[in-house]
Design a protein around this ligand. Sequence first.
Ligand code: IDP
Ligand code: MG
Length: 150
Amino acid sequence: MALERTFAMIKPDACQEGHIGEIISILEKNGFKIIHLQMLKLTEKSVRLFYAEHVEKPFFPSLLEFTLSGKVVAMVLEKENAIEDLRKLMGATDPKKAAKGTIRHTYGTEMPANAIHGSDSRESAKREITIFFGEFASIPSTEKRNGKEY
Ligand code: IDP
Ligand code: MG
C-alpha cells in the first residue's frame, strides 16, 4: 500500500484542556508522521471555507462558535492508509457514541466538542491540506518514477 497524507486538526476544546501533547503522542504511536504543523486561531471566514459542506446545517452556528472559541492545531499526517486509519483512531463524530480507546471517546465531551478533526476522503484531504498548507503539501514524500522510488 502506498503512503498517503491526511489533514488533522486538534480542536479548541482539546487545546484548552491541555491535551495537545497527548493527542500528538497517540498519533505518533499509531504510525502517523507529522509532516506539517501549525497552531492558529481561525476566523469566521476561514471556518466557513473549511466547513463549507456544513454551512447550511442546523448545527452550524454552534460549530462556528465552538471552532472560534480558541486556538487549533492543524497538521498534515502521513502513513500508509492514513485517511481511513485516522478516522478509525478518532472514533465516531459524537464522543458519546465513540468506541472506548478512540481519541474522541477519551478527549471529546459533547458535540460539537469532539477534540479532533480528520479528513473523510482523499478528495477532502487534498482540499483541507491545500487550504492550510498549500497544494504541494498533499503530495506524499515518496513517489515512483520510471519504476524507481524517489
Ligand atoms: P466528522 O467531524 O466526524 O467528519 P461531520 O459530520 O463532518 O463529522 O461534522 C463536522 C463537525 O461538526 C463534527 O466533528 C462536530 O464537531 C460538528 N457536528 C456534527 N454534527 C453535529 C450535531 O448534530 N450537533 C453539533 N455539532 C455537530
Ligand atoms: Mg466531516
